[in-house]
Design a protein around this ligand. Structure first.
Ligand SMILES: Nc1ncnc2c1ncn2[C@@H]1O[C@H](COP(=O)(O)OP(=O)(O)OP(=O)(O)O)[C@@H](O)[C@H]1O
Ligand SMILES: [Mg+2]
Length: 257
């Protein structure tokens, strides 16, 4: 019997809020699906922005990520289709915020997601996890389940400090909990090429992390920010805009890596 290869699991992570984790999770997932790789997006953030950004009502999913983490439901029970062909979702729920305390009392609490995803969802080739803006128990579950971290970062003054902290977290998780955890890359997002600061930060990140900085840069693009209010990825909302092209390029770069 042929051994089945476990699909890559990419955690989209940064403890800083508003850097583009959710935007990247949704649009990268849509771009991967578009080129024929069935993708599962796991919304692990109690804000449930990936869920609503794909046009699904977080209050309506009967079973969500909470039920998966607590073992009340299986992956197959919590996965739901989206409007994007080849893209499925495990929805989140605002109640997950309170549940984090409950999860903290469970045994092997940092391995709950890994355990839940061990039964590979059938037909899925790539998993993406949208993390909340903290390094709490939920994000730790993502890092223990994942094969790599994708780190979106804004071109702002404090970016390097945040990256240093994330690299330290990466080492810590690798040495104690998940030795297979790699860095998929650092992604510059909301890049405004007209400002000197944006270029300065880009060059500084490249100097500090030459092997991790991705070639693809996501521009600041109004179509990207409009898309979620229509419940769509930018790939569906405006397939020819710069934002859609950038996320397609990101998918290509990561698939080639
Ligand atoms: N490339 C871009 N161009 C324009 N706006 C963007 C871009 N990327 C993200 N945004 C906007 O910036 C805001 C923050 O993005 P997003 O929600 O993806 O960040 P986040 O890291 O997931 O935030 P949180 O930490 O709260 O989960 C959103 O309003 C989003 O629409
Ligand atoms: Mg988010």
């Amino acid at each position: 019997m042929l051994a089945t290869v476990a699909p890559p699991i990419i955690a989209v992570v940064n403890q800083k809020g508003g850097v583009g984790k959710t935007t990247t999770a949704i649009n990268l997932a849509a771009a991967m699906a578009e080129v024929g790789h069935p993708t599962l997006l796991v919304d692990l953030d109690p804000q449930a922005n990936s869920t609503s950004g794909l046009g699904l009502d977080p209050a309506r999913a009967r079973l969500n990520i909470y039920h998966l983490l607590t073992g009340e439901a299986t992956v197959e029970q919590v996965v739901q289709p989206t409007s994007v062909s080849g893209l499925s979702l495990i929805a989140s729920h605002i109640d997950l915020a309170g549940a984090e305390i409950e999860l903290a009392t469970m045994s092997e609490r940092e391995g709950l997601l890994r355990h839940a995803l061990a039964a590979n969802p059938p037909g899925v080739e790539i998993l993406l996890i949208d993390c909340p803006p903290s390094l709490g128990l939920l994000t730790l579950n993502a890092l223990v389940a994942a094969t790599s971290m994708l780190i979106p970062t804004q071109s702002e003054y404090f970016a390097l400090e945040g990256l240093r902290h994330l690299m330290y977290t990466h080492q810590l998780v690798r040495s104690r909990l998940n030795p297979r955890l790699a860095i998929a890359g650092i992604l510059m997002t909301q890049f405004d090429a007209r400002t000197t600061l944006a270029w300065d930060v880009l060059h500084a990140v490249r100097r500090a992390h030459p092997h991790h900085l991705l070639e693809t840069v996501i521009p600041r693009n109004v179509r990207i920010s409009e898309a979620p209010s229509h419940g769509k990825s930018v790939i569906e909302y405006d397939p020819t805009c710069r934002g859609a092209a950038a996320y397609r390029a990101l998918a290509k770069e990561l698939l080639e890596r």
